[in-house]
Design a protein around this ligand. Structure first.
Ligand code: SF4
Length: 423
């Protein structure tokens, strides 16, 4: 019976939750689904709510999946008592690469080409092969690229199934198990980052629920590019926290009504950019031949805008220069109106208070005075014109007006107004 509040209630320690086909359950989430939502809610909406099929994949994802396939083949061969040579695995990898590499694979880091990624994949395999050859030291691989389900229970007592694909599960003597995960990322996480892992922790729950003899589970990451093996053991309390956190994200997704795009450096690798308002036009233009760029209306408009913006800035600078000269001219000749060929320019002088700077003691005292006089609401934006009218009008008593005036300094500003000759 599900107990609300305990995420592991639905998960029974020794019940088989291993599944070859997904249960019919509306609350099914995968780790990558949650990760997608956390990184960009809009991408989540596109992929999981609108179910848009991404027609492309990054070369990193392509390379990673082939490395996984090749390592799966290695362990399937070992299971059949065949130890493949490194050359056999490399050939398998290259053949699979050549057979499936196509237009749908895109490269973001344009300084590198297809061959660079292929060689990186080969190096990942070589690193792994040389490190573990002849593959007798570890445990017995029980699962290879196995789909698993982890049933959890949310706060309302509803069952939420998490699903995922576990790269490899090894059995060691004495009820010890190891969950292995292959990574071809160019980024090596710190131990602290591993502590925050959700994916393998959820897989641990699946393993514990599937094998009655589990005494110990270790999580093992193989960062193949760096030839590094990172390990972690999870306390039960931490597993509960991870499960509760996963359910929290599920709840957040369920309650979300808005799925805004969240731009990040990962956008360049986003496989649904052509559907995203933040990237659609950039993506479309990037595919245009150079000779057609000038024909795109979007490009034309932005270029026009940029040009007028630059002109506006230039005009504003020039206006300010002339304005200063006009004021000097008016002061020198003692005039308030100046005749031009197209109109008359009037100068009027306005005295405005200079508000003490935000955070200063004077500013605080000024706010205090206004609050004390119940005028804070009216002047809470502290606009100089409002404060000016409070300091000089009849709204406040004489004493408060004086206190206000003490806190203000005054500056004079000149405004220019042009009127046409024939208006
Ligand atoms: S391009 Fe960026 S902002 Fe747009 S959906 Fe993809 S990840 Fe989100």
């Amino acid at each position: 019976m599900a107990r609300p509040g305990d995420p592991l209630t639905a998960y029974s320690r020794h019940s088989a939750v291993l599944s070859f086909g997904w249960e019919v359950n509306p609350l099914i989430f995968s780790h990558s689904q949650l990760e997608t939502y956390e990184r960009c809610p809009f991408k989540y909406r596109l992929l999981y709510l609108e179910k848009i099929k991404a027609g492309r994949r990054s070369i990193e994802a392509f390379m990673g999946s082939l490395v996984h396939e090749t390592l799966e083949k290695l362990y399937r061969d070992l299971r059949m008592s065949r130890l493949p040579e490194l050359e056999d695995l490399s050939r398998f990898f290259v053949d699979a690469w050549r057979a499936s590499y196509g237009e749908d694979v895109f490269i973001v880091r344009s300084e590198y080409g297809e061959e660079d990624y292929l060689n990186t994949g080969l190096r990942c395999l070589e690193n792994y092969y040389r490190r573990y050859y002849p593959f007798r030291g570890g445990g017995t691989p029980l699962w290879l690229e196995r789909r698993v389900q982890i049933p959890l229970c949310d706060q309302e007592g509803r069952r939420v199934n998490f699903i995922g694909v576990l790269d490899r599960l090894d059995y060691l003597e004495g009820g010890r198990y190891e969950i292995h995960d292959y990574k071809t990322s160019q980024f090596l996480p710190t131990q602290e980052m591993l502590e925050g892992d959700r994916q393998l922790s959820l897989y641990q729950l699946a393993v514990e629920a599937s094998f009655p003899d589990v005494k110990e589970v270790e999580l093992v990451w193989h960062y193949l590019v760096f030839d590094r093996e990172l390990r972690l053991r999870r306390e039960r309390k931490r597993l509960q926290e991870v499960a509760a956190d996963a359910l929290r994200v599920v709840r957040e997704i369920e309650q979300a009504s808005d799925f805004p795009p969240r731009e990040s450096e990962l956008c360049d690798w986003c496989e649904v950019q052509e559907h995203c308002p933040r990237r659609k036009h950039l993506y479309m233009v990037a595919k245009l031949p150079v000779r057609e760029l000038g024909m795109d209306r979007g490009i034309q408009l932005v270029d026009e805008y940029a040009e007028w913006h630059a002109r506006k800035k230039e005009a504003e600078e020039k206006l300010e220069e002339v304005r200063k000269e006009i004021i000097e001219f008016a002061e020198f000749h003692g005039v308030e109106k100046i005749q031009g060929t197209s109109g008359v320019l009037s100068l009027s002088r306005v005295r405005r208070p200079v508000l003490p700077p935000e955070g200063s003691e004077e500013r605080e005292r000024l706010e205090e005075v206004l609050r004390g006089a119940s005028k804070w609401e009216a002047a809470c934006t502290l606009s100089p014109s409002k404060v000016s009218s409070l300091a000089s009008g009849e709204e406040l008593d004489e004493e408060t007006r004086n206190r206000l005036r003490e806190l203000l300094s005054w500056e004079e500003s000149v405004s220019l107004k042009m009127r046409g000759l024939f208006e």
